[in-house]
Write a protein that binds this ligand. Structure first.
Ligand SMILES: C[C@H](O)[C@H](O)[C@H]1CNC2=NC(N)=NC(=O)C2=N1
Length: 109
């Protein structure tokens, strides 16, 4: 499991917006499916059917609650679009990348 996925989100990270030069190396630690859309980190997860889609959404909700860091989710029949940014910081923080890494692990199980 990658090191970022083992980290825990923190209130300290939530108030520390990343500098532009910190972002490329963090993005590199994630699945290539993640992309930046302005100040938002976005990935689409594809599934076979609605049941699998909702099972993933529910598992991701457990991570969101435990980390107290919540993505925007766009839920469809066989896919979910996940968007991370940190409202408290008005942009990207390390918490966004930590949670994205955790979803990569979830998707790999
Ligand atoms: C009080 C609570 O910890 C904060 O409101 C958290 C909750 N989850 C959050 N999730 C995201 N994505 N951004 C935040 O700024 C944020 N803040």
């Amino acid at each position: 499991m990658n090191r970022l996925a083992r980290e825990r989100c923190s209130p300290q990270h939530a108030h520390t917006r990343l500098e532009a030069e910190e972002i490329p190396s963090l993005l590199e630690a994630l699945s290539e499916s993640w992309r930046l859309d302005g100040e938002t980190l976005v990935r689409r997860f594809d599934f076979a059917n609605y049941h699998e889609t909702m099972a993933f959404v529910n598992a991701s909700a457990w991570i969101s609650h435990r980390e107290d860091h919540h993505p925007d989710l766009s839920v469809h029949y066989n896919r979910v679009e996940v968007s991370y940014s940190t409202h408290d910081a008005g942009g990207l923080t390390r918490n966004d990348f930590i949670c994205a890494a955790k979803l990569d692990v979830l998707d790999s199980l």
